[in-house]
Design a protein around this ligand. Structure first.
Ligand SMILES: Nc1ncnc2c1ncn2[C@@H]1O[C@H](COP(=O)(O)OP(=O)(O)OP(=O)(O)O)[C@@H](O)[C@H]1O
Ligand SMILES: [Mg+2]
Length: 286
């Protein structure tokens, strides 16, 4: 097991970060968002970043399973107990923090102001202790989840090279673009059968967005279809740790290095996310 207590202590000691929030989204389900969220997080952590993953695939959260954790709590436990955010955080490999989303975000509408403030003041703490917060979203978007996506600093859109996945990913890109024109959108192609297919898919996706939306996307990279990924999922070990020199792992490391090299660390950060989500729930209450 990972040394939960020790690394949590280290995290709590340093409230000096301004987290950049990255939402990992897709149009179609099952294209690899959760695996990419987790392995990207670990890859970032290996490069010295402090990273937290929040599992926002409400009701179908499974990033914990991918790394063999069984969390005692999830974020909704902040509502009905005196737990602090540090009780909710689970420790994953390479020091990454994991926060389960749990079901029942709809409970928010019934909250009184005091409880809601308590929730957000605890939630806010996360932003000061991590460099990156990765949101693993469900496929597509709901009225609630889109608020999290639109409040992120960066969005990673995951697609496979298959036309139905591409079409749905494009619809997602379009929706985000129409609501938040300046959002940096990075495309990640997963399960490419060859380098050629990976590159071609990235290029054609980028071309379509540029032609029909006049939006420049960043073709961040591709991860090959690699049987190691399935093996790692079964072993409940993130693939970048399961076999460090597997094709998929090397591709993930390259993608992470590119991401760190290309993007600036300027973040509106977690506070933007919180104010947006607060607003959303206040709106629902009113
Ligand atoms: N690069 C890859 N090579 C081979 N298999 C892969 C790859 N990426 C993902 N898979 C397979 O696809 C499955 C689904 O991946 P994952 O759970 O990450 O998708 P998801 O987009 O999060 O799904 P959902 O929409 O249900 O949340 C994995 O369990 C794995 O078996
Ligand atoms: Mg998933």
């Amino acid at each position: 097991m990972y040394d939960q207590a020790e690394s949590l202590r280290r995290m709590m000691d340093a409230p000096n970060a301004e987290a950049k929030v990255i939402a990992v989204v897709s149009g179609k389900g099952g294209v690899g968002k959760s695996n990419i969220s987790l392995n990207f997080a670990i890859s970032l952590a290996k490069k010295g970043q402090r990273v937290a993953i929040i599992d926002l695939d409400i009701g179908m959260a499974n990033v914990d399973i991918l790394m063999g954790l069984s969390p005692r709590y999830h974020i909704m436990n902040l509502l009905d107990s005196e737990l602090s955010i540090w009780d909710i955080i689970e420790q994953g490999p390479e020091g990454i923090a994991y926060i389960g989303g749990g079901s029942g975000f709809s409970k928010f509408v019934e909250l009184d102001d005091r409880k809601m403030e308590r929730f957000f003041s605890q939630f806010e703490i996360i932003g000061q202790h991590f460099d990156y917060i990765i949101l693993d979203m469900g496929a597509g978007a709901t009225k609630d989840s889109i608020q999290f996506i639109l409040a992120a600093d960066d969005v990673l859109v995951v697609t496979t090279p298959e036309p139905p996945a591409m079409t749905d990913a494009y619809a997602m890109v379009k929706y985000i673009y129409l609501n938040e024109g300046k959002m940096p959108l990075h495309i990640v192609v997963n399960r490419a059968d060859s380098d050629k297919e990976g590159k071609r898919t990235l290029a054609s996706f980028q071309r379509v967005a540029s032609q029909f939306l006049q939006k420049e996307l960043n073709p961040l990279g591709y991860i090959p279809a690699d049987p190691i990924v399935q093996k790692a999922v079964k072993a409940q070990v993130p693939f970048v740790l399961y076999k460090k020199d597997a094709k998929a792992s090397l591709a993930m490391d390259k993608l992470t290095a590119l991401y760190l090299g290309e993007t600036t660390k300027k973040a509106a950060g977690f506070s933007q996310l919180i104010s947006r989500v607060k607003h959303l729930f206040k709106e629902k209450q009113g």
